[in-house]
Design a binder for this molecule. Structure first.
Ligand code: ACO
Length: 519
């Protein structure tokens, strides 16, 4: 059951009326139900949680559409803290900017993962127009990727019967028999906001502790505040306590009890961490003094906290290179049993779906064995984030269309994946268009279970992967979350030095989910 039900009718009063009836019907099954009007000029009664029309239109006219949607989603989710279901009316601006209100309502239905009810009012309508209007409504929602739960007829029961006789799922407002079990999501699109909302809910349900070594950096402190306001993770910030608190207060950020500040040089575990590092690396020529020196570097200290189980994961790299950030993890967190290779994927959140691209971060020129490891690990990462893996081993050739050593290398890696993970759906070598486009797939690789519907894309080299993810990110406004490192025994993730506060928040949430997945 989804926790969101959304009622559409272009007339706000009627939408509220149906929302009230639906709420009563759900309450009669013992559910706690809140009614939410996303935007309203009045701020009282059921509109107490609404965004004002002025605020909404100002955000929209300033081009801040994403902030507008997220402000509404936040208000909706605040109501969910006290309710099992929130029944939401579509957005209406008092018969102004109707097209914009419709667009916003549909986007909200996806982002809130709503079950959609379409309310129609067959006032002075013939039976034929009632049926035609209802069929059109179902069709228009379907074109927007929404399967409506049903048409709600606001007038006499005979109208419901008429609709049902024409095969239209119709509900009677007067005897709204709305059972909680039928409240399923109508949304067939995985929008970036919906995906992130699902990840955040999972992080919140089973909170993990993530260490952020760059604890006195402005962006890290702002991200820490946001993560704590939404209660997504507990945090350890590394740094001198006075410095961290002074910076936080200068930024107007409050650090609650879910944030612990640890100064590595003063920490009671420091010497244990030094000897642990020495014991692990002495065979590589590391001296005790060199281990003590390294442990003063916050990335080593944070990684050691994860290694010792004093934190569940680490996110760093806002000021350090990828190599500096992940080298400690490669040296002593090491790989999971059975996996030899660490690689990095991006969760590519497109407008209606999420793809996995790898390796985009670690291995410049993978061997056959490494490319196979990247494919198997990327499929596992896909599963951890709720994506069914269908793996495309990318090349400039599809099947036997092209030849050469690079194609042979991808073919050899694909064969190895098939041997190692016989149940995994994998295709290769395959070109990107054949991997994503059903039409091209039907011509180039008919019958393939992956071609045309791939979800995991394995690039043949780091050059291809890194260029590929940035090209898609910058040309399509996709949100790229990552690199998410995979294959490590415990989660450690690297930030780009240009990471924004939102990027940092997303990476911390992803790290917490990897920690959950690892148990
Ligand atoms: N998987 C598992 N272990 C590894 C891997 C790997 N992919 N790479 C290195 N290791 C291990 C080695 O076996 C070695 O272990 P040992 O010391 O116990 O024997 C240890 O890590 C160090 O190995 P080095 O060969 O010394 O590796 P180095 O630390 O120099 O470099 C690194 C590793 C940082 C991953 C390097 O391959 C690299 O720089 N890759 C490219 C990173 C990059 O620039 N990415 C693009 C930017 S990221 C972005 O745009 C999002």
């Amino acid at each position: 059951m989804t926790k969101s039900l959304m009622v559409f009718n272009c007339n706000q009063e009627r939408a509220r009326f149906v929302a009230g009836a639906a709420a009563d019907a759900l309450r009669s099954h013992g559910l706690r139900v809140a009614v939410f009007v996303p935007v309203s000029q009045c701020q009282e009664g059921i509109c107490a949680a609404s965004l004002s029309e002025d605020e909404a239109l100002a955000l929209a006219s300033e081009g801040k559409y994403a902030q507008l949607v997220s402000a509404i989603v936040d208000r909706h989710d605040a109501l969910l803290k006290e309710a099992d279901v929130v029944v939401t009316t579509c957005v209406s601006f008092d018969n102004r900017v109707v097209t914009f209100a419709e667009r916003l309502s549909i986007d909200l239905a996806h982002d809130l993962d709503s079950c959609v009810l379409s309310a129609i009012c067959p006032e002075e309508q013939t039976e034929a127009t009632l049926v035609a209007q209802s069929l059109l409504s179902v069709k228009l929602f379907a074109q927007e990727g929404l399967d409506v739960l049903g048409i709600v007829s606001m007038f006499e029961p005979p109208a419901v019967k008429t609709l049902q006789d024409h095969g239209i799922r119709a509900l009677d407002i007067w005897a709204m028999n709305l059972h909680p079990e039928v409240i399923r999501t109508s949304s067939r699109r995985m929008t970036p906001a919906k995906f992130l909302r699902i990840l955040c809910a999972r992080a919140r349900d089973n909170k993990r502790t993530i260490v952020l070594p760059e604890g006195d950096l402005d962006r890290i402190l702002l991200a820490a505040a946001e993560l704590r306001v939404h209660d997504l993770v507990n945090l350890v910030l590394l740094g001198r306590e006075d410095d961290v608190r002074a910076k936080a207060s200068a930024l107007g950020v409050s650090l609650d009890a879910g944030v612990r500040i640890v100064d590595p040089s003063q920490d009671a575990n420091f010497e244990t961490y030094v000897t642990t590092l020495y014991d692990i690396r002495k065979s590589k020529g590391l001296t005790l003094e060199a281990a003590r020196q390294l442990m003063q570097e916050r990335t080593y200290f944070g990684t050691m906290m994860v290694h010792q189980g004093h934190a569940d994961g680490m996110v760093s790299g806002a000021t350090t290179t990828t190599a500096e950030t992940i080298r400690p993890a490669l040296q002593f967190i090491k790989t999971k049993p059975g996996i030899k290779t660490v690689s990095g994927v991006f969760l590519m959140c497109l407008s209606d779906r999420v793809y996995i691209y790898g390796d985009c971060a670690v291995i410049p020129n993978p061997t056959t064995e490494q490319l196979c490891d990247v494919a198997v690990a990327s499929a596992s990462t896909a599963r951890a984030f709720g994506i069914e893996p269908r793996v495309a081993m990318l090349s400039y050739s599809t099947g036997a269309s092209g030849t050469g050593p690079d194609v042979e290398a991808v073919k050899a890696a694909t064969d190895r994946v098939r041997e190692q993970a016989p149940d995994l759906l994998v295709e290769g070598p395959i070109q990107y268009d054949a991997a994503v486009d059903a039409g091209v797939a039907a011509t180039k690789l008919p019958g393939s279970p992956v071609a045309g519907k791939a979800t995991v894309f394995v690039f043949p080299t780091l050059n291809a992967g890194n260029i590929g993810y940035k090209a898609v990110q910058r040309s399509s406004n996709a949100i790229a979350i990552g690199p998410v490192l995979q294959g490590l025994n415990k989660p450690v993730n690297d930030l780009s030095r240009g990471a924004t506060v939102t990027d940092i928040v997303n990476t911390v949430v992803v790290t917490a989910l990897q920690a959950q997945h690892d148990g």
